[in-house]
Ligand binder design. Structure first.
Ligand SMILES: [Zn+2]
Ligand SMILES: [Zn+2]
Length: 379
């Protein structure tokens, strides 16, 4: 039955007829439809194929932006995307900006039950831990003079997970065991921020105080007025940045905007990682002073000198002695140049005399943020 029209059309050389027959035969061949409605139906169908819902108009399919090359490979597209990302990174820091290279960051992880959602694979919680580890490694690589502490939010409390430390291994160890961090209960933004603020209150003014929040919940369970906490953070010059996994909350955006931090909502796994890694380079100091409110002292603080010591490294064969940081008998370590006490790791602050002890490669490494390499000319 369906082949009949086609056979006739093929025999007849008249083009008009063959087109007509072809059109009538098409819906019949699929076993549905009347000849009268065929045009309407076809039109409707093709339109429906392009756009089933209006929201699809603004929705670009990620697989449409990727084009295969002649050989059918995606290699060139992937390379193009990567090159574009690299170029964007190079274009950003063109001139020298005053930045804070001695950084102190408290990473606040949401450990509420909302983190068990599976909208990000495998779960928000597992993904967050994985990215947090990568973030910490990258952060210390770029900011060897910095220190990170970790605070968790769960069951309505702030929970200290890792003390402020300049040793990446120590920080990574604090979030290594996922069973200790099992999500439960409601998060409390205020409790966690207050805890982070407390651990940074003693820091000197030349170092930055930053909070990075990863927030997957849509609620917060606070004991008091969170705006008081926000004002206290502004006063203490603490910069809050927040990466939301679920959706934007007004208080979250306010926390970031008033303290001069960055706010972002992760759309997917890749975007989540991008948002986190945008916070790896040290923040420009200009933005921070502006957010403070432009008071007499806050406009542009004069650069002041700070004292640093370059330690003497003890050889592994040196006699055993106690270190001042852990009170352990060890042969290797570093000697403070001022008080000659022994510390295990640099960079650190000497526990005895308070001198900041750094090694010169660390200092040099931090310097490239202040004097960025000019972008290469593409040839
Ligand atoms: Zn020690
Ligand atoms: Zn010392």
């Amino acid at each position: 039955m369906p082949s009949q029209g086609i056979v006739i059309g093929a025999n007849d050389s008249d083009s008009d007829i063959s087109i007509d027959l072809e059109q009538t035969s098409r819906p019949r061949g699929k076993g549905k439809g009347k000849a009268n409605d065929k045009k309407k139906a076809d039109k409707g169908k093709s339109k429906a194929k392009e756009q089933a819902y209006t929201w699809e108009a603004s929705f670009t399919r990620s697989w449409d932006t990727v084009q295969e090359d002649e050989a059918g490979s995606l290699q060139t597209s992937v390379e193009d995307l990567m090159a574009r990302g690299r170029r964007r990174r190079l274009l950003a820091p063109a001139s020298a900006i005053r930045r804070t290279i001695i950084r102190h960051l408290v990473l606040i992880l949401d450990l509420s039950s909302a983190m068990m959602d599976r909208d990000m694979r495998p779960t928000r919680f597992d993904l967050m831990l994985q990215y947090a580890r990568e973030f910490i490694a990258e952060w210390f690589d770029q900011n060897p003079l910095g220190q990170i502490g970790v605070v968790g939010m769960r069951a309505g409390l702030g929970e200290r997970i890792g003390e402020m430390s300049g040793n990446p291994q120590e920080v990574l160890k604090s979030i290594a065991d996922r069973h200790k961090l099992e999500p439960t209960g409601e998060p409390s933004l205020q409790n966690a921020i207050e805890m982070a603020r407390g651990s940074m209150s003693h820091l000197p003014t030349h170092s930055s105080r930053e909070i990075l929040l990863i927030f997957g919940s849509l609620t917060t369970c606070d004991p008091g007025n969170i705006h008081d906490t926000l004002n206290a953070c502004v006063k203490d010059k603490i910069r809050i940045s927040l990466v939301a996994i679920a959706a934007e909350m007004k208080i979250c955006r306010e926390l970031c905007e008033q303290t001069g931090g960055q706010f972002g909502v992760a759309m997917n796994e890749g975007h989540f990682k991008d948002l986190l890694f945008e916070l790896v380079p040290p923040p420009a100091q200009r933005a921070m002073t502006r957010s403070v409110g432009g008071g007499a002292g806050g406009t542009n603080p004069a650069a002041d000198l700070m004292m640093m010591g370059f330690p003497t490294r003890l050889p592994d064969s040196s006699p055993l002695s106690l270190c001042v940081c852990h009170s352990e008998m060890k042969s290797q370590g570093f000697l403070c140049p001022r008080c000659k006490s022994k510390v295990c790791d640099v960079p650190t602050d000497c526990d005895i005399c308070g001198l900041m002890i750094v090694s010169s490669p660390h200092l040099a490494r931090s310097y490239h943020h202040l004097f960025p390499v000019s972008p290469y000319d593409a040839v």
